[in-house]
Design a protein around this ligand. Structure first.
Ligand code: PLP
Length: 396
């Protein structure tokens, strides 16, 4: 990537070269379908089962609880439709939060049209769900609670263990989207007490278009993809063998690297946060300062437009984002930032920088040398900004 400074790991991560090496034989000589009996098929099927073991180990699950899917979106959508359908006789109420990924919120909208009631929990100004409010919103009709482990835009870590305990006590299916946490911080499915969780390979240095749905033994989830009998008859379709092998390798590497990687990204993240706070005024750190994943930095800059910031940063060789990758390109302000109580202009003036294993302190220093000048320049041109650009106002 030469001199490019890539700070958008929440959107996607580069493919690890060891992951690519593991995948290549299954794109070349071992191209057989994992459902066949001859040798190249058996090799594929064995590799799929090895990958299942690696993913299971990473989340402390048993391999039979791991189902391969096409990614985080499919896993979320599967549970959002599969649980209400399996529990149709029990009731038609779902609880989620206002800051979930669209892969959870869009199915909720469809379910509402089908007569389901959905409670969208508010979050506080740091993005945290209130567990008491969640408990109070449970009714006899509640069949599903879906609260993400960590938010993809602001990095806030939700109290999923507490939610898991409440859901278990009440016998309600608890799903958590762990797309931004698996491989980066410890995710122990039994300790969370969830019935299902979603994983995406391309967020942990694996390939795009492959993921996992963990379903705890005994949890009822109807199929999303009927067809052949793959994945124990729960998710049909010829296995994406190279993708699954890549995910298995990525999971294995993540397990080995996690403690040191988390420590280093936390160090870089904190340097970036404090560097921005000391150099630029009229800003807001979005997301919880403490309950935050190691790689997330998200700020709103008064009087600045996020898209312009991204373009000018890009001209300086720095890749950043203004919100979730799926919603950038839309003019609507981020639903996550709006749920924190930000004004439209603040939500539009946000920048997300998400770190990865190959980022370095000199790169953070380059960002800190570059960003204040860009913010000042945009503020000088902005009709929305009336304050002094930099401490002391010396820039004008
Ligand atoms: N959930 C969260 C929290 C995400 O950040 C993403 C991707 O941005 C997804 C789900 C969707 O994952 P995928 O890209 O594998 O469909």
């Amino acid at each position: 990537m030469n001199d490019l400074i890539y700070l958008d790991h929440a959107a996607t991560t580069p493919l690890d070269s060891a992951v690519l090496d593991a995948m290549l034989p299954f794109l070349r000589e071992n191209f057989g379908s994992a459902s066949t009996l001859y040798s190249i098929g058996r090799a594929a099927s064995e590799a799929v089962e090895e990958a299942r073991i690696s993913v299971a180990r990473l989340i402390n699950a048993s391999p039979e609880e791991v189902y391969f899917t096409s990614g985080g979106t499919e896993s979320d959508v599967w549970v959002m439709f599969g649980v209400p359908s399996a529990k149709e006789k029990k009731g038609r109420h779902i609880i989620t939060s206002k800051i979930e990924h669209k892969a959870v919120l869009e199915p909720c909208k469809i379910l509402e049209k089908r007569g389901y009631t959905v409670t969208y929990l508010d979050v506080d100004s740091n993005g945290l769900v209130d567990v008491d409010e969640l408990a109070a919103s449970i009714t006899d009709e509640t069949v599903l609670i879906s609260i993400m482990h960590a938010n993809n835009e602001i990095g806030t870590i939700e109290p999923v263990e507490e939610i898991g305990r409440i859901a278990q006590e009440k016998g309600i299916h608890f799903h958590t989207d762990t797309v931004q946490t698996v491989g980066h911080i410890p995710v122990d499915a039994p300790s969370i007490g969830c019935n299902s969780l979603a994983i995406s390979a391309h967020k942990l240095y694996g390939p795009k278009g492959v993921g996992v749905m963990y379903i705890r033994k005994g949890s009822r989830v109807d199929r999303l993809m009927p067809g052949g009998g793959q994945e124990n008859n729960r998710r049909a379709g010829t296995h994406n063998v190279p993708g699954i092998v890549g995910l298995g390798k990525a999971a294995e590497l993540a397990g080995e690297r996690m403690p040191s990687e988390a420590e280093e990204t936390t160090r870089l993240r904190d340097a970036l946060i404090s560097g921005i706070e000391s150099r630029i005024k009229d800003i807001r750190l979005n997301g919880d300062r403490i309950k935050r994943i190691p790689n997330n930095v998200n700020f709103s800059f008064e009087g600045v437009e996020g898209e312009s910031l991204i373009l000018l940063m890009d001209m300086n060789g720095i890749c950043v984002s203004s919100g979730s990758a799926c919603t950038s390109g839309s003019l609507d302000p981020s639903h996550v930032l709006m749920a924190l109580g930000l004004r439209h202009e603040q939500a539009h003036g946000s920048l997300r920088m998400t770190l990865g294993k190959d980022n370095t302190m000199p790169q953070i220093e380059k960002v800190l040398d570059t960003l204040p000048g860009i913010v000042n320049k945009l503020r000088e041109m902005s009709p929305l900004y009336s304050g002094e650009c930099c401490p002391g106002g010396g820039c004008k």
